[in-house]
Ligand binder design. Structure first.
Ligand code: NAP
Length: 290
C-alpha cells in the first residue's frame, strides 16, 4: 500500500505557483488577488478560509477575507457579490459554503461572475468542464485528478466508482474521470444513497472515490484487493484528547481498508491540501486570463 501524500503534492504545486508569482514581482507586475466571503460563524468554514488565506500569503498572492454576520440577508450577500464581480483589483473570489439557511446557495452560485468563479461552481464553468473546454475546474475533483497524475496512477480502462453525487464533488469527479484525458478514460459509475447493491458495486471498483460525509462508511469488505481509494470525506467528531476538541474523520475505515489498497489517501494530508492547491491554480488562471 502506498499513501497518496496530498500535503507533499500540494507543496510542489504551491512552489510552482510561487515561482510564477516571483517572476511577476520581478517584472514589477501586480500579483494575483483572491477574496473569500465568509458568512456566519461555522467553525469548519472559518478554519478552511484561514487555511486558504495562509496559502495565499505563503505563495505571494494578495488575499482579502470579507466576514459577514450570521444574520446577513440574501440581498446583502448578493450585493457584496456584485461588488466583488466589479472590483478590478480582485481576480477571483469564493463564497465559503455552506451559507446560513436564510440564503439560497443556488442564487449565490448564479450571482458570481464566471470569470471570477475560482471554485468552478457556476453553470458556465461546469458546462465548459462537461464539454472539455477551458474553465475553472471544481477545486476538489481537480485536486484529486492532479494527485492521480502526479502519482502516475493508471486510470484508462479502469472501473471507477464515485460514491456521492454532489454538484461540487461527486458529479464533477465522475465527469472528469470519464473524459478522454490523462488521467481519465475510466469507465465510471456514480453511486448515491438510492444505489442498490452498493457493497458489490464498490467491490468492483479499481478506483473508488468516496465523497458522502458518513464517517468510516466504506469498510474493508467493500474494497477490491489492489484498489485505489480516494477518501474525500471530512467530518468533525468531538475528541477531548485534542486541543481543538475535535478530529476529522473520513468516509473510509482507513485502518482496516489500507492494507487491501494499492494506493489510498488519509483524511489528514490527503484530498484537503489538494483542494486548496487547486483554488490557487484557478486564481492564477483567473489572473492570467485578465
Ligand atoms: P453532500 O452534498 O452532502 O453529498 C453527499 C452525497 O453522498 C450525496 O450524493 C448522497 O446521496 C451521498 N450519500 C449520502 N449517504 C449515502 C449512503 N449511505 N450511501 C450512498 N451515498 C450516500 O456532500 P459533499 O459536499 O459532496 O461532501 C462529501 C464529503 O466530502 C463531506 O464529508 C465533506 O466535508 C467532504 N469534502 C471534503 C473536501 C476536501 O477538500 N477534503 C471538499 C469538499 C467536501 P443522495 O444524492 O442520494 O442524497
Amino acid at each position: 500500500m502506498q499513501l497518496l501524500d496530498g500535503t507533499a503534492c500540494s507543496q510542489q504545486i504551491r512552489q510552482e505557483i510561487a515561482a510564477q508569482v516571483n517572476e511577476l514581482k520581478a517584472a514589477g507586475k501586480r500579483v494575483p488577488h483572491l477574496a473569500a466571503v465568509l458568512v456566519g460563524n461555522d467553525g469548519a468554514s472559518q478554519n478552511y478560509v484561514a487555511m486558504k488565506v495562509r496559502d495565499c500569503e505563503e505563495i505571494g498572492f494578495n488575499s482579502t477575507v470579507i466576514r459577514m454576520d450570521e444574520n446577513t440577508s440574501e440581498e446583502e450577500l448578493l450585493a457584496k457579490i456584485d461588488e466583488l464581480n466589479k472590483d478590478e483589483d480582485i481576480d477571483g473570489f469564493i463564497v465559503q459554503l455552506p451559507v446560513p439557511p436564510q440564503i439560497d446557495e443556488n442564487k449565490v452560485i448564479l450571482a458570481i461572475d464566471s470569470a471570477k468563479d475560482v471554485d468552478g461552481f457556476c453553470p458556465e464553468n461546469v458546462g465548459n468542464m462537461c464539454l472539455g473546454l477551458p474553465t475553472f475546474l471544481s477545486a476538489t475533483p481537480n485536486g484529486i485528478m492532479e494527485l492521480l497524475k502526479r502519482y502516475d496512477i493508471e486510470t484508462e480502462g479502469k472501473h471507477c466508482v464515485v460514491l456521492g453525487r454532489s454538484n461540487i464533488v461527486g458529479t464533477p469527479m465522475a465527469i472528469l474521470m470519464s473524459r478522454n484525458s490523462k488521467p481519465g478514460n475510466a469507465t465510471v459509475t456514480i453511486a448515491h444513497s438510492r444505489t442498490a447493491n452498493l457493497k458489490e458495486l464498490c467491490r468492483s471498483a479499481d478506483i473508488l472515490i468516496v465523497a458522502i460525509g458518513k464517517t468510516e462508511f466504506v469498510t474493508a469488505d467493500m474494497v477490491k484487493e489492489g484498489a485505489v481509494v480516494i477518501d474525500v470525506g471530512q467530518t468533525r467528531v468531538p475528541d477531548d484528547s485534542r486541543k481543538s476538541g475535535f478530529r476529522n474523520v473520513g468516509d473510509v475505515d482507513f485502518e482496516n481498508v489500507k492494507d487491501k489498497c494499492s494506493y489510498i489517501t488519509f483524511v489528514t494530508g490527503g484530498v484537503g491540501p489538494m483542494t486548496r492547491a487547486s483554488l490557487l491554480q484557478n486564481t492564477l488562471k483567473a489572473y492570467q486570463r485578465r
